[in-house]
Design a protein around this ligand. Structure first.
Ligand code: DLL
Length: 436
């Protein structure tokens, strides 16, 4: 099938044209925020940078960074560049620690957002004939509304189910003819399991694709979800501060996500020194939002660890590609001095394929030493196996974890369906460490 684009002119633009567009938009936006947002003016003055110094994308590195703390310090609307009367929508990040971060959108910003998720839906094969089943949460979380507005833009039929009531979701999927599912990958997995439990085969539903994001997920998880739901699974990335879902989206090649760089300029920096790293190197992802009106962002540090690539993509898009983010630097565990991301454990488990794809990492401090336990669910068949076989499987996983991650861990197989299922973002880590 020929690749479809929502906005071919932008999505396949030659690099020099994209850079020219970015430079034009960037310098205009910096002039605007310097004038309208006291916080940015102060930071630029402190850094000795004037708006006229920013003439092109090459000058981006001169600007100071922005962090979640800046948004908290100016809570709720202090970083808005437009008066609140012009703001037509508010969302907020979940904020498990400290104050929530509040984000605002003008009418024009909602238009940009719809355009971004319309590109994602089109890249996943969506068009006006599709039924887009949105099981991301609606509310202050950006997932539900973000995919919803893009689905309306492409004139698909939106089914705004939101999260929860999983059996009912499946009934709706079957009866209403949902063709594209949008939810977190962990919820997609749960929906797949529930489908099996209800004795419904993938031939009885009409799903062809899924657009999954809001949390890290591995290639192994992609294969599992694709099989369980009988679909192609596409990744989508975003964060509320930048706009929500649709900052970057996957195409038919399924090897990373194209960034909507006409709106969001990405950089990868060394998280310790702040130095910009060359293309291809892993580091912290930083975004500058150059078109948003209510909340333009200057060099926002996402804390997500990823890689950028301008390698030619078979889909024909020229938009720069983002590797699957490995996780947030916040979620990275340091166990006995070794850096561990939960997604690395997921890769090991799914590559081995001996268990169900559900796991949780529990870290404790015993006798002044870190101890990692990985609880993994057995599959239904395994549960009835001899104890000896279960112990052997635990030992196999333990060895694989040790050789891949370089740390020892206790592996415990637990009963099927005993670990909590996530409807939104999953919680993979319980860190009980207390330091004396
Ligand atoms: O999670 C926006 C979103 C909704 C994205 C639906 C995709 C789909 P926040 O709640 O602000 O926004 O969380 C943003 O989630 O910094 C990443 O750490 C993580 N994240 C988002 N998408 C992905 C992804 C939404 N595809 C934070 N892969 C980001 C890995 C992701 N991590």
């Amino acid at each position: 099938m020929a690749e479809k684009y929502w906005n071919p002119q932008i999505e396949t633009a030659p690099l020099h044209e994209m850079k020219a567009l970015q430079s034009y938009r960037l310098s205009a936006k910096i002039r605007e925020v310097y004038e309208k947002v006291p916080h940015y003016r102060k930071k630029m003055d402190e850094a000795g940078v004037k708006p006229e110094d920013i003439r092109s994308v090459e000058d981006l590195h001169l600007l100071p960074f922005t962090s979640k703390q800046d948004l908290r310090d100016t809570y709720p609307y202090g970083m808005f560049a437009r008066p609140v009367e012009e703001v037509v929508r508010i969302h907020a990040s979940s904020g498990t620690t400290g104050k929530q971060t509040v984000v605002g959108y003008t009418d024009h910003d909602i238009g940009i957002w719809s355009e971004c998720t319309a590109r994602a839906l089109t890249a996943a094969g969506g068009d006006k004939n599709d039924f887009v089943h949105v099981s991301y949460g609606y509310g202050l979380f950006t997932g539900g509304f973000g995919l919803h507005c893009g689905a309306e833009l492409i004139k698909a039929t939106v089914i705004p189910v939101s999260v929860g009531n999983t059996k009912r979701q499946i009934q709706i999927m079957k009866d209403f003819g949902s063709t594209i599912l949008c939810c977190t990958p962990s919820y997609a997995l749960y929906l797949g399991e529930t489908l099996e439990e209800m004795g419904i085969s993938t031939d009885e539903i009409h799903l062809k694709a899924g657009i999954f994001g809001a949390e890290p997920w591995t290639e192994g998880m992609r294969r599992t979800i694709e099989k369980k739901l009988g679909i192609r699974a596409f990744d989508i990335y975003g964060l509320s501060e930048v706009i929500g879902p649709g900052v970057a989206f996957e195409c038919s090649e399924q090897t990373g996500m194209h960034i909507n760089e006409d709106h969001f300029i990405p950089e990868i920096i060394d998280p310790d020194t702040g130095e910009v790293l060359p293309e291809g190197e892993q580091g912290e992802l930083v975004f500058t939002a150059i078109t948003k009106e209510a909340l333009p962002l200057m060099r926002y540090r996402t804390k997500d660890i990823a890689v950028l690539s301008r390698k030619k993509c078979s889909c024909g898009r020229t938009l720069i590609k983002l590797s699957k983010p490995q996780g947030r630097s916040d979620d990275m565990l340091i166990i006995r001095g070794v850096n561990v991301f939960p997604s690395q454990v997921e890769s090991v488990l799914l590559d081995l394929g001996l268990t169900a794809p559900h796991y949780v990492l529990i870290v404790d401090r015993v006798d002044n030493k870190d101890r990692l336990e990985i609880k993994v669910e057995m599959s239904g068949e395994m549960f009835s196996d001899a104890v000896r076989h279960i112990e052997e499987t635990e030992a196999v996983i333990q060895r694989a974890v040790e050789s891949t991650l370089g740390i020892s861990a206790k592996v415990t197989l637990v009963e099927p369906k005993s670990l909590e299922r996530a409807e939104g973002k999953s919680k993979r880590v319980i860190d009980n460490r207390v330091y004396d």
